[in-house]
Design a protein around this ligand. Structure first.
Ligand SMILES: C[S@@+](CC[C@H](N)C(=O)[O-])C[C@H]1O[C@@H](n2cnc3c(N)ncnc32)[C@H](O)[C@@H]1O
Length: 275
């Protein structure tokens, strides 16, 4: 649909380059534009706004996702200069702010996988929860309690809003602050399951993840791995986890979550730990 929308202003090779660089989130489109097409960015924005139904704003992603909050700078190309929108996924509703709090529609398959793994009655600690996507989806699907921690005050505030929006007060608890400190002070030995979705810094926070997880509990350890052969990425991340973990661990599974660069993958290793 996006390719078709750009047919009148780009060659098919140019629009091919662009299509994998789009995200549509509610009524907002975010586009990453290669240097060769930067001179046409306004035209691209205006064309998308005119031709894609329901879209009210088109932004150009002017920086990579960066910093402690994992956010990005956006530049308005066409439409309303507003970065908050509503996004729906698997029957859940989320208010997201695409510039001021981390959000990626590309993790939806992983969110569904985690929600399906949870057993009724579980406690999950979501160490890097953002606006609560994983937490809320899990609590909507299963009878569980989720501690949903994030250091970005805007993310934690949106998480609270999303808890209300999805009518799951009491099942998800939004906590703002540094996850290591919160775990140390309030959540030691609490979790049947711990989610560590800050792949660039997993090793730094592994000790806290172990601290918050019960003996026999499960940690979902995310990382970024270079692999010449795509099929090796899962095994390489298992190997890395086993090299860095200080506790006895049974590997349950590993897989690629998504590609993040040439021969570079975001992976997850599910492990059962014994303390
Ligand atoms: C990659 S995002 C994941 C967000 C969420 N799990 C999702 O998929 O939407 C990582 C999140 O970790 C948060 N973060 C970074 N350092 C943190 C820390 N020390 N304690 C708590 N949260 C932190 C960032 O603000 C960001 O929202």
């Amino acid at each position: 649909m996006l390719k078709k929308a750009l047919e009148s202003i780009l060659t098919s090779q140019e629009s091919g380059e662009l299509v994998s660089a789009f995200d549509q989130i509610g009524d907002i489109i975010i586009v990453r534009i290669p240097d060769s097409l930067l001179s046409k960015k306004k035209l691209i924005g205006e064309t998308l706004l005119k031709n894609v139904k329901i879209v009210k704003s088109v932004f150009y992603q002017a920086s990579p996702v960066e910093g402690d909050f994992r956010t990005r700078n956006l530049e308005i190309l066409a439409g309303e200069d507003r970065t908050e929108t509503e996004y729906k996924e698997f029957g859940c509703r989320f208010i997201v702010d695409v510039e001021n709090a981390f959000f990626s529609p590309r993790l939806s398959t992983e969110r569904e996988r985690i929600a399906n793994l949870i057993q009724d009655g579980e406690i999950m600690v979501n160490m890097f929860a953002g606006v609560g996507m994983f937490s809320i989806m899990a609590a909507k699907k299963k009878k569980c309690t989720v501690y949903s921690i994030d250091i970005n005050p805007i993310a934690s505030k949106l998480c609270k809003k999303n808890i209300e929006l999805n009518k799951i007060a009491g099942k998800v608890v939004s906590i703002n602050g540094d996850t290591s400190k919160i775990i140390e002070e309030q959540l030691q030995g609490k979790g049947d399951r711990t989610l560590m979705l800050l792949p660039e810094r997993s090793d730094e926070f592994l000790e806290s993840a172990i601290k918050t997880t019960k003996d026999g509990g499960i940690i979902h350890y995310y990382s970024h791995i270079h692999a010449d052969k795509k099929s090796d990425a899962g095994k390489l991340s298992e190997k890395h986890y086993l090299e860095v973990t200080p506790v006895k661990s049974e590997i349950l599974t590993s897989k690629i979550v998504r590609p993040v660069g040439p021969r570079y993958y975001q992976t997850v290793v599910d492990v059962k730990i014994s303390k």
